[in-house]
Design a protein around this ligand. Structure first.
Ligand code: C2E
Ligand code: MG
Ligand code: MG
Ligand code: MG
Length: 289
């Protein structure tokens, strides 16, 4: 195809490829620097109980604070880090940082907050992943049930048998696992039956139109009901409006997460958010008495 189009096209193509490659090389080097200099940060997004709106946990979401480019989204640099293998060290850092922060909160507030951490397939498949988790939990004196690992259906693509084995070991540790972006991968619903996981996170794309689209609404209701029959908890991500939250509540979705409740925020802000949430909860329970 390129040949037929003539020399200029070939030239154009190859220079674009070179550009993309050098862009990658640059980003890769900068990412290395960012890790050394502490330019990565975790933001936390609250997850609430659908029935009571009480805060039950947070999800850790990594950010890259680039000195010149500003805040870079994980949607940009995580896929790159997965290609270069840097996701291993980033993932280790994320796990430690998230556990350190949540244990600080638990110590201060005696709060039973859970921390959800995103795990890439590459991390998951690595030997000693389990030991890594054990050692982090021990370091920060975190009860295993406070930690939840979010994996996508991608973990089953490479080596399904291994993935099941790792999931089983994680379960034996008492750490919880959820399937992130549920519905966007190759998940068949019957597959769920065999999965040793605790929870599914329904992808935002299924939530977006539930107020207008009756088919989406029907699918959502079906997924939630089925998950519950299989003893799985359900979280909905990307809840942006009161109407969406209300529908999810009617469908008995367990937990909700999205901009309607709170955006991801830095740790310092999270501390204020939690303090405010606790004050609110205390006021509500006083009012009930
Ligand atoms: P995810 O795990 O599915 O995280 C949810 C994403 O949706 C987050 O984007 C969050 O900010 C965004 N979000 C939450 N509520 C709403 C909402 O109501 N409306 C809209 N439009 N968006 C909402 P973010 O932080 O940009 O992260 C993107 C993805 O990057 C994550 O998707 C996850 O796959 C990946 N990621 C983030 N942090 C990590 C990490 O530490 N490790 C790994 N392996 N991946 C990560
Ligand atoms: Mg996630
Ligand atoms: Mg998700
Ligand atoms: Mg998502």
């Amino acid at each position: 195809q390129a040949k037929k189009a003539g020399r200029n096209t070939i030239h154009w193509y190859s220079s674009e490829i070179t550009e993309q490659m050098s862009e990658r090389v640059i980003l890769r080097r900068e990412l290395e620097k960012a890790m050394q200099k502490g330019h990565l940060a975790l933001h936390y997004q609250p997850i609430v109980d659908a029935r009571t709106s009480r805060l039950i946990g947070v999800e850790a979401l990594v950010r890259w604070n680039h000195p010149k480019r500003g805040l870079i989204s994980p949607a940009v640099f995580i896929p790159l880090a997965e290609q270069t293998g840097q996701i291993i060290s980033i993932g280790d850092w994320v796990l430690r940082e998230a556990c350190a922060n949540i244990s600080e909160i638990q110590r201060a507030a005696g709060h039973e907050l859970t921390i959800a951490v995103n795990i890439s397939p590459l991390q998951f498949a690595r030997s000693r992943f389990i030991e890594r988790i054990e050692s982090v939990l021990e370091t920060f004196h975190l009860p295993p049930k406070s930690l939840e690992l979010e994996v996508t259906e991608g973990v089953f693509l490479e080596d399904e048998a291994l993935a099941f084995e790792v999931l089983e070991s994680i379960r034996n540790l008492g750490v919880r696992v959820s399937i992130d972006d549920f519905g966007t991968g190759y998940s068949s619903l019957s597959y769920l039956r065999r999965l040793p996981v605790n929870k599914i996170k329904i992808d935002r794309s299924f939530i977006r139109e539930i107020t207008q689209n009756t088919r989406d609404k029907a699918i959502l209701g079906g997924i939630i009901e089925l998950a519950h029959h299989l003893d799985l908890q359900v979280v909905a991500e990307g809840v942006e409006t009161a109407e969406q939250a209300q529908i999810l509540q009617q469908f008995r979705c367990d937990h909700l997460q999205g901009f309607y409740f709170a955006r991801p925020m830095p740790f310092s802000e999270l501390l204020n958010y939690i303090a405010a949430a606790r004050a609110r909860d205390a006021a509500t329970s006083r009012a009930k008495k």
